[in-house]
Structure formats: structure tokens, C-alpha cells
Design a protein around this ligand. Structure first.
Ligand code: XMP
Length: 317
């Protein structure tokens, strides 16, 4: 019979035996899986573990600073890398969703490889892989797929030649959360909605600019904060906003406006494979819509996505 305490003790003992006095490097995403995996490895080997958290410029508003702070609070030896400009440069002019994903994946690998090279004698690559990732599923589009496609193209980055350590690869998501809570990881990380690796890069339809990121970050922040303030956040599996590549006519005072449209999406799901749109209260949607239009410059229209998966996907790209 599985309990998180037994799992934690056994895993820490395993990790100690396996890693010994070697060094481990690991990328953190701010998500549940990598945070729990890193915490377990850190309990086993302390500062022999170096974590790397990359700001790809496509995270939610304030996310990089807040999550980096939480990691430091947790005692993790973590390096925060501001690589925003490298990502924006690589994304310049790209509009095709897969091309954007590839560019984001490629730059991530380059940035991570640079950091891994700074750690002398590193032997292991830590990963937050969970059981559903192992048996395929949603992660076909995740970082491991990016690494795989990179692999097919040519030379492996050096960190990919490291031995892999994946302490969560027998667990399901709810078990990972249980382990995380037993490890006393903060609820803001444990209860966090899933967020795609390419981040806002696939929620800005069409090409990406720093200015569009800023706009979408403000919209997304109002929506997500609203869900939290109204006690709706935990009833939703995943939520976010899309910046659409169209403009619509509006009116402000005596003037006509011609500005951006955003779509809000909130879904219920178990594993992301299928999803239902959530019937958020009209009053809530109306309030959030007003707030977005009043506060975010350049947006004059808000729509709510009422499609389920299948046939729609959760993300628009
Ligand atoms: P879709 O849009 O396929 O999304 O219904 C299912 C789940 O996967 C996430 N997703 C991604 N995660 N890299 C990721 O790491 C990606 O390229 C990617 N695309 C979609 C999505 O947020 C949802 O949770």
C-alpha cells in the first residue's frame, strides 16, 4: 500500500546510493513535477544538486521572480537565468506554432547547456518525468519531445550525455502532489495549474513580440488573480488567456477604436487528454472582462472559449 512517507524515505535512500558524491544538474520550470523531483534530490545530496531556472520571457507576470524566490526559500541551490532576449530574438517573425515550439525548445537547450557547462564534473541530469510521461500521453509535446526532435537533427548537447535521474517516474500526478505536500513545498507550487513549456509563446497567436507578451501577461494576470480571489482557481484544471491576431472595432467616448481581442479559456480535466470547458459564473466573466478592457491598453474585446477537447485542444496553437 503506497504512502508518500514510505516513498520519500525509500527514494532518498536510493538517490543517495545511486548518486554518491557526484554532481547533478536539473532544470526547473516552476511546475509541480520538477519542483518535487528537485526537492527529493536536494534532500538526498544537498548542494551537489544545482538547479537552473530559465526566464524565457514567456512566463506569466511576475512568475520568474516569485518562483525563483520560492526555490531559494526551499533551500535549493538555484541559478536564475534571464534569457528573455535570446528567446525573443529566435522567435522574431515566426508565426507557425510548430516553428515557434522548435525555436523555444532549441534556445532552451542552448541556454541550459551553457549553464550545465559551468558546473565542473557534473555527472547526472535530474528530471521531473512522471509515470504518464513515461507511457507517453500529454508530454509528446513537452520538453522531452523537444529534446528528442533536437536529437534527431544532429549532435546531442553535452548535458544530454549525462546519466538521467528521474525520482518520480513511477508516480501519477496526484501522488506527486501528495509527496510535494509531505515535503512541505508551498501550496502556490503544489496546487499550480499546468502551464505549457513554450508558455505564452503558444498563447500569442501569430508572431511574438515583447510588447504582445506584456499585454497578454496583464490580461492573464487579471484572469488568474480573479479566479483565485473568487475561490474558483482550485475548481479549474487549467486556465489562461490567448492573444488573438485580429483587431476589432470598439467605441470609447466619441471615438472608434480598433484594438486587440483576447480569449479566456478555463477547462476541467484529469490528464489533459480530454477536457471540458468550465461554466464560470456570468457575473465573474463580466467582471473580469470589464477589468481587462479598462486596465489593459490595446484590448477592447474579451471572448470566452466554450469548446471542449476533443475536438478542440486546450491550447489554441
Ligand atoms: P492541448 O493543447 O494539446 O494541450 O490540448 C494538452 C496539455 O498539454 C499542454 N501543452 C504543452 N505542454 N509543451 C508543453 O510542455 C507544449 O508544447 C504543449 N502544448 C500543449 C497544454 O497546456 C495542456 O495542459
Amino acid at each position: 500500500d503506497w504512502t508518500s512517507d514510505v516513498f520519500i524515505d525509500a527514494t532518498i535512500a536510493d538517490l543517495k546510493a545511486k548518486i554518491g558524491s557526484d554532481k547533478v544538474v536539473m532544470g526547473l520550470s516552476g511546475g509541480v513535477d520538477s519542483s518535487v523531483a528537485a526537492t527529493l534530490i536536494h534532500r538526498a545530496i544537498g548542494d551537489q544538486l544545482t538547479c537552473v531556472f530559465v526566464d524565457n520571457g514567456l512566463l506569466r507576470k511576475n512568475e520568474f521572480e516569485e518562483v525563483l524566490d520560492s526555490y531559494k526559500h526551499m533551500g535549493l541551490n538555484v541559478i536564475g537565468v534571464d534569457a528573455k532576449d535570446r528567446f525573443y530574438k529566435a522567435l522574431e517573425g515566426l508565426t507557425d506554432p510548430e516553428a515557434k515550439r522548435k525555436a523555444i525548445g532549441r534556445v532552451f537547450i542552448e541556454v541550459f547547456d551553457d549553464e550545465a557547462h559551468k558546473i565542473e564534473g557534473v555527472k547526472w541530469l535530474g528530471q521531473g518525468t512522471i509515470y504518464p510521461d513515461v507511457i507517453e500521453s500529454v508530454s509528446v509535446k513537452g520538453p522531452s519531445a523537444t529534446i528528442k526532435s533536437h536529437h534527431n537533427v544532429g549532435g546531442l548537447p553535452d548535458f544530454m550525455k549525462l546519466s538521467v535521474v528521474e525520482p518520480l517516474n513511477t508516480l501519477f500526478k496526484d501522488e506527486v502532489r501528495e509527496v510535494g505536500r509531505a515535503l512541505e513545498i508551498v501550496e502556490t507550487i503544489i496546487g499550480r495549474h499546468p502551464f505549457p513549456g513554450p508558455g505564452l509563446g503558444i498563447r500569442i497567436l501569430g508572431d511574438i513580440t515583447a510588447e504582445k507578451v506584456k499585454t497578454l501577461q496583464e490580461v492573464d494576470y487579471i484572469f488568474i488573480q480573479g479566479l483565485k480571489d473568487h475561490g474558483l482557481y482550485d475548481q479549474v484544471w487549467q486556465a489562461g488567456a490567448m492573444l488573438l491576431p485580429i483587431q476589432s472595432v470598439g467605441v470609447m467616448g466619441d471615438e472608434r477604436t480598433y484594438e486587440k481581442v483576447v480569449a479566456l479559456r478555463a477547462v476541467g480535466s484529469v490528464d489533459g487528454m480530454t477536457a471540458d470547458w468550465i461554466h464560470l459564473p456570468y457575473e465573474f466573466l463580466g467582471k473580469i472582462s470589464n477589468e481587462i478592457i479598462n486596465r489593459v491598453k490595446g484590448v477592447n474585446r474579451v471572448v470566452y472559449d466554450i469548446s471542449s477537447k476533443p475536438p478542440a485542444t486546450i491550447e489554441w496553437e
